[in-house]
Ligand binder design. Structure first.
Ligand SMILES: [Zn+2]
Length: 430
């Protein structure tokens, strides 16, 4: 049994942050050999029971904060090299930068190289699970799955379906794309800690036939994820209305094809209306909020108040390469700014603990993995980060002055980046 003695951050079931300045976290393998949290709380309350055991291996981390590994609900690993491309909005950005780059991923060795760099970068930033797009090539899925499996990571990924309005090199064939998807589900879903996501890029780049087939797979494999984009940008919404005039809204296109259910995740969800929001809740579909991407492509702002009023699930995402950073701290900063900007009239400002929850336990819950990842409560897989809250002179000064948990977390959110992450620890399996 491993016993960590450190400041400790975790979350109650209702999302309330729980903090012990002198905490104890006990970790041990379960019956299958996967490391899980056995106990978490104050050192004072737990050390007699756990730290005194003969087999306890104690790791003391003075001055550090142990926290759940971050969960990124929406990212594109093949766009690692598209990050920071200058373009005039979403559709030109796709045409000039993203599609030409993604065309290279038919080559397995090229995809392997990007996948390894991508996972290194996630871990350097403290991200232990992500739901990622691959490209339309099966080789791109094999590359990311094999790389994540070798590292023992919980990773969710899928081949992109896009059989129209896409250039040669990334466009797939309606039927073949669906056959490849099912082959990849059978090859990777549920293998070790890996999960598959049925991944239509977005409604405009799939024919109705392809979306219908994707919906049929989503019904046949109910514990597989569904991953796409919705309601990001007004030009995109106009385009969807021309292509699917029978649908009530952009979101309704996905509903009509059976692509809204638990474990379905849609990036952005900016321009939803109240009927859409109610549908999100009823179907237990989740939104991946991507604030740095929304600012970069000036798409608009996610409406937190209306999302909470409707009661649907959401969490944070980097959306690299439309997003500007792999760092959860940069994403939380941007979510705070977007929340303020969107809700300035109502005076809403997102609480630091809630921002952090959205990128850990809240994101896990939205993915249907609550109690599995994104938290350090007993039973959770032990994916975690060791944070050094004093890595710069300014952070050391600010965090030392923090009187409350909100002050401590907000100092790190506003001033933090990848350098805060001293170590990322992946739950080991036998
Ligand atoms: Zn995206």
């Amino acid at each position: 049994m491993k016993i960590y003695r450190s400041a400790l951050l975790r979350f109650a079931d209702d999302g309330t942050p729980l903090y012990d300045s002198d905490g104890l976290l006990a970790i041990a393998p379960d019956a299958q050999g996967q490391e899980r949290v056995v106990a978490a709380g104050s050192w004072q309350a737990l050390h007699a029971e756990y730290a005194a055991q003969a087999n306890a291996h104690i790791l003391h981390l003075p001055g550090k904060l142990l926290a759940p590994g971050f969960v990124d609900m929406h990212i594109h690993y093949p766009q690692t090299d598209v990050l920071g491309a200058p373009a005039d909005g979403l559709l030109p950005w796709l045409e000039h930068y993203t599609f030409p780059h993604e065309a290279r991923f038919h080559d397995r060795s090229y995809a392997d190289g990007v996948a390894e760099f991508f996972l290194d970068e996630l871990l350097r930033n403290g991200v232990t699970t992500s739901l990622t797009f691959a490209t339309s090539h099966s080789a791109s899925v094999d590359a990311i799955m094999a790389a994540a499996q070798a590292r023992g990571m919980r990773m969710l990924a899928g081949k992109v379906l896009q059989d129209r309005h896409s250039p040669d090199g990334v466009r797939d064939h309606t039927e073949q794309g669906l056959i490849d998807t099912e082959t990849l589900i059978q090859r990777w879903h549920g293998v070790d800690r890996l999960g598959y996501a049925i991944t239509p890029r977005f409604a405009p780049t799939s024919t109705p036939e392809q979306l219908r087939g994707a919906g049929a797979l989503a019904a046949k494999y109910p514990d597989v994820w569904v991953h796409s984009h919705v309601s990001e940008n007004l030009d995109e919404i106009r385009w969807v209305r021309e292509l699917y005039p029978e649908a009530r809204s952009y979101l309704d296109v996905y509903q009509r094809f059976g692509l809204m259910r638990e474990r379905a995740v849609y990036a952005h969800c900016i321009w939803l209306d109240d009927i859409d929001r109610a549908l999100m809740r009823e179907t237990q579909t989740a939104a991946a909020i991507s604030p740095t991407s929304n600012l970069f492509l000036s798409s608009g702002y996610f409406d937190y108040l209306k999302a909470d009023a409707a009661g649907f699930r959401y969490g944070l995402a980097s959306d690299v390469g439309g997003g500007m950073s792999f760092s959860p701290f940069r994403t939380m900063q941007a979510a705070y700014v977007v929340g303020r900007e969107q809700h300035s009239k109502q005076g809403l400002s997102l609480k630091p603990g809630h921002l952090w929850w959205q990128h850990t336990a809240g994101a896990a819950k939205a993915l249907g993995l609550g109690g599995v990842i994104g938290n350090l409560q007993p039973g959770c897989e032990a994916d975690m980060v060791v944070i050094n809250p004093a890595y710069t002179p300014l952070l050391a000064r600010k965090t030392a002055q923090a009187q409350t948990l909100d002050e401590l977390l907000f100092a790190m959110i506003v001033l933090g980046d990848d350098r805060l992450i001293e170590q990322t620890i992946i739950s080991q399996a036998k």
